[in-house]
Design a protein around this ligand. Structure first.
Ligand SMILES: [Zn+2]
Ligand SMILES: [Zn+2]
Length: 420
């Protein structure tokens, strides 16, 4: 159970206090997704369930304009522990509402994205981003998550009242379903249209005894559902995965779709460009010169990629050299083809732990190619140097020099940036 008064519902959903209904819903779906059963290891399950419940409760209250208004003004204590998920307004809440707005009296809360006078024939699509790892985009993945949506009440079939009852015209809004409201903003009064809170934007309502018992006159009830989406192999950033007709149901409207937009997570090893992949491999100086036969990188599906070097006797690998491996890139959708894998060679030079004897160095000097012909000059100065200098410092002492260098860097060395 959620601790009373201690939890900030806005914090639970990680939204600001002025968040719109749409933002509340999006934050809720995101939070519900994060605590969905498949994503949590066994040891954290209990904690996740508690988190999921508080997310649910925060949504139940903040998504409902009236409950949210009460929460904003009275805090959690107004709900007396009766904010049961998915149960709609509890009786004490109705009393509170009557007190606050005076049933049949003055109504109209400013703001909020409630129903409009002219309703579309289809309820709105719900779009949200969905982050997918490169591994999952490579292999394809099924994701299940818990979702809550409004469905047409099964008891009254969306009427809102008992079978033989007729709705009364709302006198507060004169049957319009919306009202002109004046809002004070500093010294100004602004006029805007807001859904009528007495009839919930419907223009009419059933008297308490005629209200449908199940939906309490709301025409819809909340349903928890496990939704499943399939992320196809090779899916790309921005691609949309559509769950048709899974958005909230609204009486007399076709339900809209839930649409997930694929967002590719950054990968620590691989960089993707379309269907190609690139990565940097580390080899030692000795390997670059004398060859090797080993796994140089683990692919996105866990396979080790083995290279034999040299391919022809005497070949060496230089720093920054690019090796293209055909057919080892990302899968290409609706085909068995794959893009290519580009491996950029990073030659690791020996570090301070390498302690060669003078004799070893002498031997190396003998074995390796000799220096180019010496530079001949009339005067020669022998100078000291700092071996740990950084190129970023180049020109940095001068006011404009530093940024000039950065620009140059961007323009002239794109290969170096891409290789990182
Ligand atoms: Zn009903
Ligand atoms: Zn009304």
């Amino acid at each position: 159970m959620l601790a009373q008064a201690e939890v900030d519902l806005y914090e639970v959903l990680e939204i600001h206090r002025g968040a719109s209904k749409d933002e509340v819903r999006k934050a809720y779906r995101k939070a519900a997704l994060a605590s969905h059963p498949d994503k949590v290891p066994e040891s954290e399950r209990e904690e996740a369930e508690i988190k999921f419940k508080s997310v649910q409760e925060a949504y139940d209250i903040l998504y409902d304009e009236e409950k949210r208004e009460i929460y904003d003004t009275h805090g959690m204590s107004a709900f007396n522990g009766s904010g049961e998920p998915g149960m709609g307004a509890a009786p004490d809440l109705d009393d509170l509402l009557a007190q606050m707005f005076g049933m049949g009296g003055m109504g109209g809360m400013p703001g909020g994205a409630g129903p409009r006078p002219n309703r579309p024939r289809r309820s709105a699509n719900e779009e949200q981003d969905y982050e997918v790892s490169l591994e999952d985009l490579y292999k394809g993945k099924t994701v299940k998550f818990a979702s809550t949506k409004n469905i047409i009440c099964g008891l009254c079939k969306g009427k809102g009242g008992k079978e033989k009852a007729t709705a009364k015209k709302c006198s507060t809004c004169d049957g319009q379903g919306y009202k002109e409201v004046l809002t004070r903003m500093g010294q100004f009064l602004t006029q805007s249209t807001a859904p009528c809170t007495v009839c919930n934007g419907q223009g009419s309502f059933f008297s308490p005894k005629d209200k449908c018992k199940k939906c309490k006159g709301k025409k819809t009830t909340e349903e928890k559902k496990i939704l499943e989406i399939w992320i196809p192999r090779g899916a790309r950033e921005g691609e949309k995965i559509v769950l048709e007709g899974e958005a909230d149901q609204v009486p007399d409207q076709e339900p809209g779709d839930i649409v997930f937009k694929v967002v590719e997570e950054e990968h620590p090893v691989f960089t993707r460009a379309g269907s190609d992949l690139s990565a940097t491999i580390d080899i030692t100086l000795a390997e670059s010169l004398s060859g090797f036969s080993r796994v140089v990188i683990k692919h996105l599906d866990g396979r080790g990629i083995e290279l034999k070097h040299p391919q022809t006797p005497g070949g060496i690998l230089s720093p920054g050299q690019v090796l293209k491996i055909p057919g080892e890139g990302m899968p290409i959708k609706r085909s068995d083809n794959r893009g290519d894998l580009y491996l950029v060679v990073n030659v690791k030079f020996p570090d301070a732990n390498w302690k060669p004897t003078p004799a070893m160095l002498e031997k190396l000097k003998e074995l390796l190619p000799k220096p180019d012909t010496p530079i001949v000059s009339d005067t020669v100065d022998e100078v000291d140097y700092d071996p740990k200098a950084k190129l970023e410092d180049f020109g940095a002492h001068d006011g404009h020099g530093g940024s000039a260098w950065m620009d140059e860097d961007d323009d002239e060395e794109p290969a170096q940036c891409a290789a990182q």
